[in-house]
Design a protein around this ligand. Structure first.
Ligand code: 5GP
Ligand code: ZN
Length: 113
């Protein structure tokens, strides 16, 4: 996906403030944080959204959850708790069509839509 923003970050064509990386996954600070900790965890493979995850991605998705746990430890939010969000499509207000999980914490969060 040549013009996908997050694919370009994965390739190093655009800079990012990395928190965690392994062979399949990258985590970096959101450019417009909504809380003291706001990290995006993404598969390096282009998957448009959570609705595009396939059978072949089972291991990858498990790996993303393990990476989220690591990100929570590294950013210091594991103890007090945090939130994982993945937006999907128009009603979900997904703005970047490359699967990503927001890891948000570092302050008391509210739950209201
Ligand atoms: P979405 O709205 O699709 O759920 O989340 C996209 C997120 O990507 C937003 O929180 C936005 O601030 C973040 N974002 C957009 N462009 C960039 C960028 O170039 N670098 C980083 N680090 N984050 C970005
Ligand atoms: Zn992509």
């Amino acid at each position: 996906m040549g013009n996908c923003l997050f694919c370009r970050i994965v390739k190093g064509e655009l800079p990012s403030d990395k928190v965690f990386e392994n062979e399949e996954i990258l985590a970096f600070h959101d450019i417009n944080p909504v809380a003291p900790v706001h990290v995006l965890v993404i598969p390096k493979k282009h998957i448009a959204s959570a609705m595009e995850i396939g059978e072949e991605d089972r291991t990858l998705v498990g790996g993303i959850h393990l990476a989220i746990r690591e990100v929570a430890r590294l950013t210091g939010v594991a103890g007090d708790g945090f939130r994982i969000v993945t937006n999907i499509g128009r009603h979900g207000q997904q703005t970047v069509p490359h699967l990503h999980y927001h890891v948000i914490g570092g302050r008391q969060l509210e739950w209201r839509f």
